[in-house]
Design a binder for this molecule. Structure first.
Ligand code: GLU
Length: 571
């Protein structure tokens, strides 16, 4: 067979050669000097999840932490893998960029918000790279390493049936590939003339001797060739070599993921391919493609699947889109988690030595941590929402109240617009958020914006309600008396001890114990204690029995609000 002639028959319009593309996309200088080039290759399905963030975080850290010998950093780019157009969702690219941007993950190049690419290695949408892929397929045809296959759906189903009956591996390989591999030029030509659809398949073969510089090792196990590579996360990974004549170009001229990512990661000079472990299975195909095309293999880093403990069964299972709202990145924005908290948490599941580092460097910027792929677990990473909440409490404590107030306002504008105008008074909000945060044992009850808002809502008249009943030790009559006297003696300029002294007086006058322990010892002598009296005041002013320091709260609420809440209750 004259493969050159076949290549022309199949791709008459493809004029550029691989060499032309190599010249168009020369090696990157930073990578030549040792920096990492990483990419995120999401499909634009409109759903962006924690797994994407997890992977993107690894990509981002690898690129931005690495330095070329001349001091320049690495490059992290966004490539949209939209070869499967059924899955394209309008606005998906914006969702990807904005969702990751919220977590401070920014791309240096690639698909961009305005619909235009930025960078010299584009286009960054696979759907726009058709002629590039075809030039490389044409070259493989020319070398006799790929061929057109006209098997119909029915043919493929029949082959599969036969293989299943014989308990053989399914697919097109060995004798099942022979018929298509051996078509003559004339047969191919007449099939094409008859308008028969076809795909291009890789002619799989042993590549173990192909490339002396290869990063792939080949081992023989009982007559089966195994490939082995060093995965950035998993270390040595050995698997049986590919023997399937996989499809590289579909009937519509669009490449499969296998082929597209190999060409792209080569031409875009990706040094580290971080992707989910679901791709590990097809690694031998990718290795064969890299080898056949004579490309250097990137460092593959297959990340572990995100797992959680199932609430009902108590067993570990994969996070599921249907069952677990926390899988969606939107969840964190809607709940108002601070991106710093989510990042901090992600690092604890990403790198086993992170928590130790944080304990030693409590105030250091998170980016100072030296992230490494070999400290990543290859078994399932366990995601735990409660742990995130705990971490969030600590992280929020380290964020100045003014910054937190601005964050709350942004959150409200998007997710609680009716409350946003109230939060525009940033000075008021900052004081509220700062309450008790500078004590010796600072309060740790702020977790995420939605929870914080509910937690502090009593500071706003529009949201103030009496949520709890007065303690049973206090009769309605006494409650009225306590509040009446409290109002009468209230002086907003009292300091904390003057203020408390007045409460003690009321307490003693009405027959309650000034010291709670006296009441505990001799309950028959008192109606209750100062704690019950204070609770009545708390409920009147805050609507709830649990709250930070009442005096401090009243200082923030202001005299007018305090007086009006109490008078309203007395009626
Ligand atoms: N488009 C693939 C996905 O969305 C990306 C895999 C890769 O990063 O190579 O799963």
């Amino acid at each position: 067979m004259d493969y050159n002639k076949l290549a022309e028959l199949l791709f008459p319009d493809i004029q550029k050669t691989p060499a032309d593309y190599e010249a168009l996309y020369p090696p990157r200088e930073n990578a030549e000097h040792g920096a990492c080039i990483t990419r995120l290759g999401p499909s634009p399905t409109g759903f962006i999840h924690l797994g994407n963030l997890y992977g993107a975080f690894v990509d981002e850290r690898l690129a931005h932490q690495s330095k070329a010998s001349d001091g320049t950093g690495g490059t992290f780019f966004l490539r949209i893998e939209d070869t499967d157009d059924k899955r394209y969702v309008e606005g998906a690219v914006e969702t990807i960029i904005n969702s990751l941007g919220f977590f401070d993950i920014k791309f240096d190049e690639g698909a961009a918000l305005d619909g235009h690419d930025s960078g010299n290695y584009g286009p960054y949408y696979q759907s726009q790279r058709g002629p590039i892929y075809q030039a490389f397929v044409k070259e493989l045809i020319r070398k006799g390493q790929a061929y057109p296959c006209f098997l119909t759906e029915d043919d493929l189903a029949a082959i599969r049936q036969e293989q299943e009956a014989n308990k053989e591996t399914t697919g097109i390989y060995g004798k099942y590939a022979e018929k298509s591999r051996n078509l003559s030029y004339e047969e191919i030509e007449s099939n094409i003339a008859a308008g028969k659809p076809y795909v291009i398949r890789l002619k799989s073969s042993d590549t173990s001797t192909a490339n002396p510089d290869s990063k792939v090792s080949y081992e023989d196990h009982d007559g089966v060739t195994y490939i082995s590579i060093v995965d950035g996360i998993r270390g040595k990974v050995a698997m049986p070599a590919n023997d399937q004549d996989v499809v590289i170009l579909k009937a519509n001229g669009i490449p499969t993921y296998h082929f597209a990512h190999v060409i792209d990661d080569h031409l875009m000079h990706t040094t580290h391919v971080v992707r989910g472990e679901e791709w590990l299975m097809s690694l031998p195909i990718h290795v064969e493609l890299f080898e056949k095309l004579g490309f250097e293999l990137p460092v593959y880093c297959h990340t572990a699947v995100l797992m959680k403990i199932d609430d009902e069964t108590g067993n570990k299972r994969k996070l599921s889109k249907r069952k677990d709202p926390e899988l969606s990145l939107d969840y964190y924005r809607k709940e108002g988690y601070h991106p710093k908290a989510v990042k901090e948490y992600l690092l604890t599941i990403l790198n086993s030595n992170y928590e130790e580092w944080r304990a030693e460097h409590p105030d250091a910027d998170i980016d100072e941590f030296q992230f490494t792929t070999d400290k990543m677990s290859s078994a399932g990473a366990l995601f735990d929402l409660n742990k995130l909440m705990d971490i969030s409490k600590d992280v929020l404590l380290g964020i100045p109240a003014e910054e937190l107030a601005a964050f709350m306002l942004n959150w409200a504008q998007e997710f609680k617009p009716q409350a946003a105008p109230l939060l525009e008074n940033q000075e008021y909000l900052s004081k509220i958020l700062d309450l008790g945060r500078h004590d010796k044992k600072p309060r740790k009850d702020l977790i995420h914006a939605k929870q914080i808002f509910d937690f502090i809502s009593y500071f706003y008249d529009e949201y103030f309600t009496i949520e709890e009943r007065i303690p049973e030790q206090v009769s309605d009559e006494d409650a009225r008396e306590i509040l009446t006297r409290y109002l009468e003696t209230y002086d907003h300029s009292d300091d904390q001890s003057e203020w408390f002294e007045k409460i003690r007086t009321i307490t003693a006058d009405l027959g309650y114990a000034v010291k709670p322990k006296d009441y505990k010892k001799h309950p028959e002598e008192y109606k209750g204690s100062v704690a019950h009296v204070s609770t009545v005041i708390r409920i009147a002013v805050m609507g709830r029995s649990q709250s930070p320091d009442v005096w401090a709260i009243q200082q923030i609420l202001g005299e007018e609000r305090v007086r009006s809440r109490i008078s309203q209750l007395i009626g």
